[in-house]
Design a protein around this ligand. Structure first.
Ligand SMILES: NC(=O)c1ccc[n+]([C@@H]2O[C@H](COP(=O)([O-])OP(=O)(O)OC[C@H]3O[C@@H](n4cnc5c(N)ncnc54)[C@H](O)[C@@H]3O)[C@@H](O)[C@H]2O)c1
Length: 277
């Protein structure tokens, strides 16, 4: 078993379920002291569990206080989707990620790493650069919420735009953080067998998921996404920063080369009652 994380103190948000839960297991097996953060209780082998609602600034601040320091790696995995207020989706997926990252950055020193989690829903991030620039320019959660209200006609469910913002946040911070010896990278998972996918299946039916091409002939297992997060947070990726790893089984490569149809990432993607991958 690898001991790549021996002696490292790491934070995993979303550790109660799916990819984050698998990641907490993996990092524990690799020797890390894992501080788990989630709104729900976890059975993952964390050294410490901190309950937090990442849609709420007071709760996020209290969590950062409870986490303490040092922080050698921060994995922002928590996320949500579904037929809920788009501002709430953005509030957890982007504003929550940004807020916790910025609260914990003072506890990170040279050699530390940050990993964010986007989605193939962000696959139009280049085309939507101008729209998302407004969200990125917000200074805090309240401004981000206001921006969502003002752009409700443009942002659909909020999910794709929240993940676009995570991609741009990651890329924007690579250079300034590099000056401090800190790396930041992003995993953009394709369809992955977790409760989010089950919610999509239940609400939209099998046909919706079938229509999204799967070059490997299957969806990912949560552990396969967790392994990419673990790589990016480790010294094996010591010269990697500002990257987005599209962990999608080859889907977007197929789209870019005209071999596969583009079926994800539209701002209009409906989420009738369940999740959006
Ligand atoms: N499963 C997929 O197909 C897929 C595809 C692309 C991206 N993703 C992304 O991967 C990440 C992990 O998702 P998953 O598939 O493991 O889903 P999941 O639902 O299994 O896990 C999400 C976790 O986030 C936590 N969470 C939600 N809201 C929270 C809040 N307000 N405060 C604190 N914690 C909160 C949940 O309690 C849960 O433990 C998410 O960011 C998701 O958007 C998933």
């Amino acid at each position: 078993m690898s001991a790549a994380y021996a002696g490292r103190r790491v934070v995993v948000t979303g550790c109660a379920s799916g990819i984050g839960e698998r990641l907490a297991h993996l990092l524990h097996e690799r020797g890390a002291e894992v501080i788990g953060v989630d709104i729900s209780a976890t059975t993952a082998p964390v050294a410490r569990f901190v309950t937090a609602d990442l849609s709420d600034s007071a709760s996020t601040r209290a969590a950062a206080e409870a986490i303490g320091g040092p922080v050698d790696a921060l994995f922002n995995v928590a996320g949500l989707s579904g037929a809920i207020d788009p501002a709430l989706v953005v509030g957890v997926n982007f504003a929550g990620t940004r807020e916790l990252t910025e609260l914990l950055l003072p506890r990170m020193t040279a050699g530390a790493a940050i990993v964010t989690t986007a989605s193939i829903a962000a696959s139009h991030y280049l085309e939507r650069r101008d729209l998302v620039a407004g969200l990125l320019a917000t200074r805090d959660r309240d401004e981000a919420t206001r921006w969502c209200r003002e752009h409700s006609a443009d942002i659909g469910t909020g999910y794709s735009v929240s993940k676009d913002a995570v991609v741009w946040y990651t890329m924007t911070h690579a250079v300034p953080l590099a000056a401090r010896g800190i790396r930041i990278n992003c995993v953009a998972p394709g369809l992955t067998a977790t409760p989010i996918l089950e919610a999509s299946r239940a609400s939209r039916g099998e046909a919706f998921l079938d229509a999204i091409p799967k070059p490997l002939g299957r969806v990912a297992a949560p552990g396969e996404q967790a392994a990419v997060h673990a790589f990016l947070g480790s010294d094996d990726a010591a010269y990697v920063s500002g990257q987005v790893i599209w962990a999608d089984g080859g889907y977007l490569a197929g789209v870019a080369t005209g071999q596969l149809p583009h079926r994800t990432g539209s701002l209009g993607d409906p989420a009738p009652t369940g999740g959006q991958p």
